[in-house]
Write a protein that binds this ligand. Structure first.
Ligand code: ZN
Length: 209
């Protein structure tokens, strides 16, 4: 079960990746986390990536591809994996293809206006806890359950910032959907979390891996 998960911000992609990972006992592999882990652990690839990361520059595709390749070789990937946040471009998809065949690409869709609606209800605390007015409200409105701190909206959750990220997402995703063709399964993300997961499970049980 070698899966790729694609979806816009606010689609609940991370939550679904976790649910899939638990249900099918396959690791949830986030490209961003792998990069950070390798830099933190000062691995050979981490050392190569660090100067770019520190300067806020994009880490070269070859390095990222090697990081993913190395991760997918680990034992816990023997039954499959769920890749989150990778590949983002055709170039990355081509590199990935050189060492692994993908079975399914799960695309979680969410209408544009719903993205705004969902993200505008996200709040966080300086202690690191996250909240959502609908999905994960704090016990007292505006106050953190953990530390009693005042909740605030993330700086990059403003309308112009969301719009910009969505624009990038569209630009990157459309070619990928074409690239993966009939491996792509669309899942309606405008449902409750368990309902979205049910739809994903249906798709995954329809096929032998
Ligand atoms: Zn807090």
């Amino acid at each position: 079960m070698r899966l790729i998960l694609i979806g816009p911000q606010g689609s609940g992609k991370g939550t679904q990746a976790e649910l899939i990972s638990k249900e099918y006992e396959i690791p949830h592999i986030s490209a961003g986390n792998i990069l950070l882990d390798n830099i933190k652990l000062n691995t050979d690839l981490g050392k190569l990536a660090k100067p770019y990361y520190d300067k806020g520059q994009l880490v070269p595709v070859g390095i990222v591809s090697d990081l993913i390749k190395q991760r997918l070789k680990k034992n816990d990937c023997s039954k499959g994996f769920i890749l989150d946040g990778y590949p983002r471009t055709i170039e990355q998809a081509n590199l990935l293809k050189q060492f692994v065949e993908i079975d399914k690409v799960i695309l979680i869709t969410l209408p544009r206006e719903k993205v705004f609606e969902r993200i505008s209800k996200r709040f966080m605390c300086k202690c690191g806890l996250n909240y959502h007015l609908v999905y994960k409200p704090s016990k007292v409105k505006g106050i953190c359950d953990g530390c009693g701190g005042k909740l605030f909206r993330r700086e990059d959750d403003t309308i112009p910032a969301i719009r910009k990220r969505l624009h990038i997402y569209d630009k990157e995703t459309k070619p990928l959907i074409k690239y993966y063709g009939n491996k792509v399964v669309k899942i309606n993300g405008y449902q409750l979390i368990p309902e979205v997961f049910e739809d994903i499970k249906k798709v995954l049980s329809n096929r032998k891996f």
